[in-house]
Design a protein around this ligand. Structure first.
Ligand SMILES: *[C@@H]1O[C@H](CO)[C@@H](O)[C@H](O)[C@H]1NC(C)=O
Ligand SMILES: *[C@@H]1O[C@H](CO)[C@@H](O)[C@H](O)[C@H]1NC(C)=O
Ligand SMILES: *[C@@H]1O[C@H](CO)[C@@H](O)[C@H](O)[C@H]1NC(C)=O
Ligand SMILES: *[C@@H]1O[C@H](CO)[C@@H](O)[C@H](O)[C@H]1NC(C)=O
Ligand SMILES: *[C@@H]1O[C@H](CO)[C@@H](O)[C@H](O)[C@H]1NC(C)=O
Ligand SMILES: *[C@@H]1O[C@H](CO)[C@@H](O)[C@H](O)[C@H]1NC(C)=O
Length: 497
């Protein structure tokens, strides 16, 4: 009896078909079902989702993949369903498109899973690149007939940049410093110095430490080949406690476009009489206490006199630097392919801090340009400026990865202004005196592009290689500016944009 029951159960068990699973493979072209006419076709998907995941196989650069999951609609047409086709189109510098087809290993006999719940599948594949918009489309097979609108579903997915917790493991991000932990500590040493300590990286040997509260109040460069904890003192021109310290590395593969790190300037720990010393002096009786009190009093007196004296001196020197150095006005124009935040900001800070110049940028005068019109604005600024700098770069891909695309990305409309400035320059070509105003600055190695070849008559500098010569050229122009002609240069900060 028991045996009969058991075999019956086994029979029933065997009658239940196994659940469908998927088998996926690449199918770049149209599906073979496309060529055949179908009177009945399955409906569309109920849901389609995409999320990036880190693949367990460490394939270096393709380690971030898409997990594409979809839910089938629970209706009668599910019986006709044979496969689902998914195509992914990526759009960054170039377009890419690839498709996979996932065959269901069994026909669907029920609209939902035998265990309840909707039929859900997921496919892991399609490597995810940095800062790319992906359009993911899916449709069921057999698909609708030719010239008929088939049901399909599409979603968008925008991949993040190197700061993302998953993307930071991509090779390109690692090379830009995504895994570098400088562990910055900074403290206000005196009224006008800040001590910055950080751990260097094996990726490069040059760094810039910059202190800013609302504007940049000090910068300093560090060269350190060894992998070590390094210390640098930055001279500042304002209140530094609570200010931001930004560390810009210049690594071999990312140049000026590496990932920057930030920290906060604290108050330096006071080195004074510790409680232990105090206790000992109390225990030691009256005489030592009296003596030490006397000593402290003298020390305080001396320190006070010294502080007052130094304060006076600082007041004098800072007064003299602001009045003696005339500010030089420079107008900076750049083509739209230059990444604003990384290149133009860096360059502006360099001009303001290292060459003591007042910088005129289209970006900061949007309202004025709108009022005056670009031609009028440019002509006025060109006349007012001591130098007009064409900031160029040969590398159009430098904005990839770590650049902030939202604000000041490469697609900004600075192209028109750059062309206008270039045309103005061309009309000045005949006059030597006018030509002296123009300077070309390059951020990467290379020759001037053919379209701007007229600029080759101007003095050309490459940063940071020719930084000293470049500043000297500006200083030379500065000598012709009479002292006190101008009010103090206003310092703009890229942070406040
Ligand atoms: C899926 O089915 C189609 C048509 O039967 C076949 O051409 C294709 O090779 C199958 N793909 C996979 C990955 O099994
Ligand atoms: C892929 O996504 C699906 C649906 O969200 C989830 O069930 C599955 O576990 C994910 N796979 C991996 C490997 O994370
Ligand atoms: C995807 O993005 C494009 C452009 O941003 C937009 O036009 C489209 O409606 C989006 N599609 C979906 C399904 O979100
Ligand atoms: C960072 O530096 C401080 C001071 O040198 C040290 O105490 C701390 O342990 C360091 N943290 C890490 C994560 O290395
Ligand atoms: C920097 O390092 C020096 C030497 O190790 C140390 O004396 C100083 O306190 C450190 N400063 C900060 C701000 O961490
Ligand atoms: C920033 O520095 C300026 C210039 O010294 C100072 O006047 C201002 O109080 C500082 N701001 C903050 C928030 O510390």
């Amino acid at each position: 009896m028991l045996l009969v029951l058991l075999s019956l159960a086994a029979l029933c068990w065997g009658a239940v078909p196994p659940e469908p699973t998927i088998q996926c493979g690449s199918e770049p072209g149209p599906s073979p079902e496309w060529m055949v006419r179908h009177t009945l076709t399955p409906g569309d998907l109920r849901d389609l989702r995409v999320e990036p995941i880190k693949s367990s196989v460490d394939l270096e650069d393709s380690s971030i993949l898409m997990n594409i999951s979809w839910i089938l609609r629970a209706d009668a047409s599910i019986r006709l369903l044979k496969a689902t086709k998914i195509c992914v189109m990526g759009k960054s510098h170039f377009q890419s498109r690839s498709c996979i087809r996932c065959n269901y290993t069994q026909a669907f006999h029920t609209q939902t899973r035998p265990s309840g719940g909707k039929w859900t599948f997921s496919y892991i594949g399609f490597p995810v690149e940095l800062n790319t918009v992906y359009f993911i489309g899916a449709h069921n097979i057999p698909n609708a007939n030719m010239n008929e609108d088939g049901p399909s579903m599409a979603v968008n997915f925008t991949s993040p940049g190197c700061l993302d917790h998953l993307m930071k493991y991509k090779k390109k991000c690692i090379e830009a410093g995504s895994l570098w932990k400088p562990n910055i500590t900074a403290c206000k040493k005196t009224a006008n110095t800040v001590e910055v300590n950080f751990t260097t990286s094996p990726l490069g040997d040059r760094y810039m430490a910059l202190i800013q509260n609302t504007s940049v109040i000090g910068t300093s460069y560090v060269s350190e080949k060894e992998l070590t904890r390094t210390s640098v003192v930055v001279h500042v021109t304002g209140e530094s406690e609570g200010a931001v310290v930004q560390l810009t590395p210049y690594f071999h593969t990312c140049g000026n476009d590496c990932i920057r790190q930030r920290g906060t300037v604290m108050r330096c720990p006071q080195t004074g009489v510790s409680p232990q010393d105090h206790e000992r002096s109390v225990l030691g009786g009256w005489l030592p206490l009296l003596l030490s009190a006397l000593l402290v009093a003298t020390w305080v007196l001396v320190a006070g006199i010294y502080l007052i004296w130094r304060h006076e001196r600082i007041k004098k020197t800072s007064f003299s630097t602001t009045t003696l150095l005339p500010s030089l006005k420079v107008l900076v124009v750049y083509p739209s392919e230059i990444c604003f935040h990384h290149i133009v900001c860096y360059f502006t800070e360099f001009l303001q801090n290292r060459c003591r110049s007042e910088v005129i940028l289209e970006k900061w005068q949007k309202k004025k340009i709108a009022e005056m019109g670009p031609v009028q604005w440019l002509t006025t600024q060109k006349q007012a400026a001591d130098k007009v700098i064409f900031l160029l770069s040969n590398d159009n891909t430098m904005c990839d990865g770590t650049c902030d695309k939202k604000e000041g990305g490469p697609c900004e409309n600075s192209q028109d202004l750059f062309h206008l400035a270039f045309n103005l320059f061309c009309s000045d070509l005949r006059s030597q005196t006018h030509l002296r105003k123009y300077v070309v600055v390059y951020f990467r190695e290379g020759d001037i592009k053919d379209s701007y070849s007229a600029l080759s008559v101007c003095p050309t500098y490459r940063l940071m290689k020719d930084a000293t010569d470049f500043c000297a050229e500006l200083l030379h122009a500065k000598q012709h500016v009479s002292v006190g002609r101008r009010s103090r240069a206003r310092h703009y900060s890229c942070l406040s944009l």
